[in-house]
Design a protein around this ligand. Sequence first.
Ligand SMILES: C[C@](O)(C(=O)O)[C@H](CC(=O)O)C(=O)O
Ligand SMILES: [Mg+2]
Length: 489
Amino acid sequence: MDPTSSPDWRSPEAIQKWWYTPSQRDIKRDYPPSTVIALRDGLFEAHNRPANKLRGIFARHQQCKSVHLVPSVIEPVSLQMISEVGFETAYVSGGMASMTDTATNDPTTDLSDYTYDTVPNKVASLYRSQLLHYRTAMARGDTDRAEASIVPLIADGDSGAGLHTTVMKLTKLFVQSGVAGFHLDDLLSGAKRFDGHDGVGYVVVPLSEHVRRLKAAKLQLDVMGAETVLIHRTDAMSATHITSTIDPRDTPFILGATVNMPTDLCEVESGPLRAQWKIDAKLATLEEAFASACPDLVATLKTRIAGLNVSRALRVAQELYPDFFWSAESPRTAQGWYAFKGGIDCAISRSLVCAPLVDMTWACVGSYDPKGAAQIAAAVQEAYPGKWMAYNITGGFPDDGSRDDEVKALPESLASLGYVWQFLPIAGLTAVAVGVRSVGLEIKKGGLLGYLQSASRPAGRTGHPSAEWWWKDMARLTDMAADAIGEGL
Ligand SMILES: C[C@](O)(C(=O)O)[C@H](CC(=O)O)C(=O)O
Ligand SMILES: [Mg+2]
């Protein structure tokens, strides 16, 4: 039955009851059901089956203390292969989408500067390909295969593409696309530098802005009656800058100059002068700077600045010790960004604020750090026992010098820390590259026979996308439709 035709669709009591169900009861909401009702459409568009399936998969892994390790997928054929070899979920990467499918067709680096329908469109085509595989498996009477074709997709929502209205539109597109879960991060879109030039790496937004992204997404999910899994991602671990100092929760991580420099950073030329400026300015957080300037009063400072943003905290510090110098303004970049001390403490602090707003937390890492993974897990699990957690294995890793036995044991060790989902964001692209290259080389070497031996016959033996599936299973459904429509006479 269409949920929108039920009186529950517009009943505050029914929404409240839904919010008490196991999938919803741990989410903190600050808005009443009446807001949700006011924003509701008269159409039901959520694909809750994959979302609920995903919830079941995570719950099972949590119960078994295992972690679900999955690759990403970049197109429908890979997705089907992923499902056939037994993966239960798949990741749809923004970075990989930006290299393969953007509205302008220009492959680019991973900057989330593509139009915000890019990843939802990718998800939609993958999801709809699953439905085709579901139909053909059912036509063969293979109900298990049909069910296994529905692989819940977890997608990259990047930074939400804008302020709250855009986040809500993006969320709506994701829900319409058939996504089972998606993540939103705390980055400033398009601002990454990959070479660390001038000390700029990842730029984060204030925690309050990230919280607004997550709340906007959850509100939209509520509006649509969607069970979609919402994932918080923080890039705090790699953050070097922040766009604003307004949020008191960011105070411990804002860096300032402890030396009163004759120029501000943005006034000096790029290059060596700029690098030297940073060395001379001796950057430190306000508390670190105060601890070395006036160690006796640091305990008092800590109590007095709790809950204050840096501009208020600086005033307090200068009341306590009038000679104290510290400036968050002078190290600002030409773009106006503030210097920021990213790292594990910041990732933990952000994860703890966001955990109650979402189903899963993820602190994005550039390489595997067992100690860091354990610290984050311990902090999140202590505050929110049973909160689902994700871990990514990105970049060059695991070919980073780790021993093979360490790499092999990694999923198990993550599982023991409480992680339930571990994913390989660029594996989909790498797998296509390796597969196509190896078949291509066989064709070059062996001609037609090379193709038969390396591609066509193995595909025929393993099922899709074999000629049999193409010409028989799928064609049978098309022919059935033609028969049903008849000759038009
Ligand atoms: C996970 C990620 O967001 C992605 O788009 O796949 C990227 C991956 C990468 O850049 O290697 C990320 O980690 O930011
Ligand atoms: Mg991404």
